[in-house]
Design a protein around this ligand. Sequence first.
Ligand code: KIV
Length: 281
Amino acid sequence: MTAYVSNESPGRQNVTRKPFGIRQLRAARAKGEQLTMLTCYDASFAAVSCEAGVDMLLVGDSLGMVVQGHTSTLPVSLEDIRYHTACVARAAPSSMIIADMPFASYQVSPEQAFQNAAVLMQAGAQMVKLEGGAWLAPTVAFLTQRGIPVCAHLGLTPQSVHTLGGYMVQGRGAAGDALISDAKQLEQAGAEIVLVELIPSPLAARLTASLTAPTIGIGAGPDVTGQVLVVYDILNVTPGRKARFVKNYLALTGDIQAAISLFVSEVKSGAYPGPEHGFES
Ligand code: KIV
């Protein structure tokens, strides 16, 4: 079996890409460059994704569904994310690593969030992601003031599936204005990225125009400053009905490294997502 090759081995010494960090993130936004993010849960995919030039690797709590086989992200623990963050961090020297804060690890207080976010930063994350609106602004300020960059996650927030009533498009009608107001307050509090999931493309365009922070979309159309997808989705590993925004890059290339590279180049060029991948207001 061909094993994962560590950074120290000769096979990895051709990684010459400059590490993508917070300064590169801010510079890319200022220059209007499109950013790429993929979920990642282990060292082998981290090495391949990093080599393919993915800017940011998200150790998402989607691992609860795609790795652990749960029906939601709610059972994922801090220890699960810590473990997978450490696996990814060992193998991705030039991609920024963002760790998801799992359900019940940050909602109680800014202090609770800091203590748990610190565990993920010590495991190798360079940023943490939190799901929620303006109510999280004090927590975002508390973390950023103490050296922990934050990605805010709005729109469909899967940890709230039981209050939302399912995995469906968010932000239609008046809820769109509320989402923009939430995003502005989170940016004001220090959020470095606003990630939006399953919102109408016109709302994502309005949101991007109202913020200085980069917006990263999943099912949010083309008018954001970057795209994120679940890596198993672009490799067609996810069983069942495919979401509209998913594109099967493995079918287009026949090779995992080439599939991830094509995702990167299509996002950078604007070829992905097309209008067919987005949602109307
Ligand atoms: O956990 C995850 O993979 C995510 C992405 C879907 C954005 O939050």
